[in-house]
Design a protein around this ligand. Structure first.
Ligand code: NAD
Length: 474
């Protein structure tokens, strides 16, 4: 039977006159009709959220924690159903799709035990000042398509544990699993606390403008993030922006290549490079460059081939949608036009045997210039530039970009050197001897054009709260 999808408003399922469908990027099959929220649906959701906030905003932390445990239970009960839907809308393999749901369960459980506490900020003979944290009100959560449930979930659980209500807008490329998640979560929270509306840029823009929404948490491209911030300024909304990255990965001459090569391959090609903190520029020390390149190509050939069958245990996949497929093809064409040395892959036609789907084979380019499109801009797809370095200060300078600073990685057996380099990298997170994987317990945010503020970890909850100072006279 065909699954059905609904906007979830005030704990009720609502269809819509207008519907949209998504193309499965693995097969190019058209998926199911999905309601597109009208302006009236959005207004109704804001009214329901504001009403719900009058009581949910006063709930205890223990009540919120109990709700998150129930949300984890419901996700656990439906993990196969949600992963199957997510696999079809994103083109991910079954194992990658279930990771999206399993990581969301882990986030619910982490925040069911993590909350902000009151803290004495100052004390002397005359006064005692206590910082407490109060909810903002209604959060608008705007999500991208690469990890649809995880990235919406982090905004939802952060909102809920801090006492906010939340309205989620998934990407129009990947609405289904998020809508189903909201549908199966009905009854856990008071009506209006957690709502989901499907829509595109128009609905996103309305959310950023509406005076009934107190904060926007946005994940997506830097260009859209700038529009979101400008729009939020009109009502002085709080804003968190999680934006594009162009992560440098520095491989030192003493790196343990047996461990480093599989890790760098995963950094670059996991989910076909569609990870905000994928390794996007690899800087390998000149003394090991040739060996590294040969072994990386062999590793990628072994572990990141095109597997049309979604049941195959692969963490590689197609590009998520036609628009991004065209962007990545454009980057490959630019490399060919400019005569850069493509040592693996490089075709711009669909790489699947049956000619269907937005598949590109993993592509590796040796020593493209630093000012090439592939190096300067985020590729967000399965193509990786391998550059070289000889001088530590020079590679740090080249790693630090003016237009991005999300993540980075450093590989060395000398942890003193690795940490010295890491501390000079201008990015929100640096991973040492491992590829870039956010951890729900660690604060995550980009610097420069990669973001504004951040979320995750206990510190991430601060951006979902006002800090109120209570001054007690003694
Ligand atoms: P996008 O900016 O095109 O869209 C993101 C969301 O914004 C979608 O829901 C979209 O409908 C909505 N939107 C579009 N225009 C809007 C507007 N004017 N106002 C409000 N909302 C609007 O991004 P995308 O292509 O979906 O995502 C890919 C990008 O996201 C990549 O650059 C990637 O690096 C980045 N990303 C960042 C992180 C992070 O945590 N820093 C995580 C994942 C992805």
């Amino acid at each position: 039977m065909q699954p059905q999808f609904f906007n979830v408003i005030n704990d009720e399922l609502r269809g819509s006159e207008k519907t949209a469908t998504v193309t499965n990027p693995r097969t190019e099959d058209e998926l199911w009709p999905c309601p597109v929220a009208s302006n009236e649906d959005f207004e109704d959701a804001v009214v329901a959220a504001r009403k719900a906030f009058t009581t949910w905003g006063k709930s205890t932390v223990a009540e919120r924690q109990a709700a998150l445990v129930k949300m984890a239970d419901v996700l656990e009960e439906h993990v196969d159903e949600l992963a199957d839907i997510l696999s079809r809308e994103t083109g991910k393999s079954a194992i990658l799709a279930s990771l999206d749901i399993r990581a969301s369960i882990a986030q619910c459980l982490y925040y069911s035990k993590t909350a902000l506490e009151d803290e004495v900020q100052y004390e002397d003979d005359n006064t005692r000042v206590v910082a407490t944290h109060i909810p903002l009100g209604v959060v608008g959560a705007i999500a991208p398509w690469n990890f649809p449930v995880i990235l919406a979930n982090i905004k939802v659980v952060s909102s809920l544990i801090t006492g906010n209500c939340v309205i989620v807008k998934p990407s129009p490329f990947t609405p289904y699993a998020v809508m189903k998640w909201a549908e199966i979560s009905r009854g856990i929270l008071p009506p209006g606390v957690f709502q989901v509306l499907n829509g595109g840029a128009d609905l996103g823009a309305l959310m950023t403008l509406h005076p009934g929404i107190d904060k926007i948490s946005f994940t997506g491209t830097t260009a859209t993030g700038k529009r979101v911030m400008a729009s939020c300024a009109k009502t002085l909304k709080k804003v968190t922006l999680e934006l594009a990255g162009n992560d440098a990965c520095i491989v030192c001459p003493d790196a343990d290549l047996d461990k480093t090569i599989p890790s760098v391959a995963s950094g670059g090609f996991f989910n076909a490079g569609q990870v905000c903190v994928a390794s996007k520029r690899i800087y390998v020390h000149e003394s090991i460059y040739d060996e590294f390149l040969d072994r990386l190509v062999a590793e990628v050939e072994k572990s990141y081939s095109v597997q049309e069958d979604a049941a195959a245990p692969s963490v590689f996949g197609p590009v998520d949608n036609k628009a991004q497929f065209e962007v990545v093809k454009g980057i490959i064409e630019d490399c060919r036009k400019n005569g850069y040395k493509i040592v693996k892959g490089g075709k711009t036609t669909t790489a699947s045997a049956n000619g269907k789907g937005f598949w590109l084979e993993p592509t590796i380019v040796s020593r493209p210039p630093e000012d090439s499109w592939l190096v300067k801009e985020e590729q967000f797809g399965p193509i990786l530039p391998i550059l070289s370095w000889t001088d530590e200060d020079d590679v740090i300078k080249r790693s630090n970009l003016a237009n991005a600073g999300l993540g980075a990685s450093v590989y060395s057996t000398d942890l003193t050197q690795a940490e010295r380099i890491a501390r000079k990298l201008e990015s929100g997170s640096v991973w040492i001897n491992q590829s870039e994987r956010p951890n729900f317990g660690a604060f995550f945010g980009g610097i420069k054009d990669s973001g504004y503020g951040g979320e995750m970890g206990k510190q991430g909850l601060l951006s979902y709260s006002y800090t109120q100072a209570l001054h007690f006279a003694k």
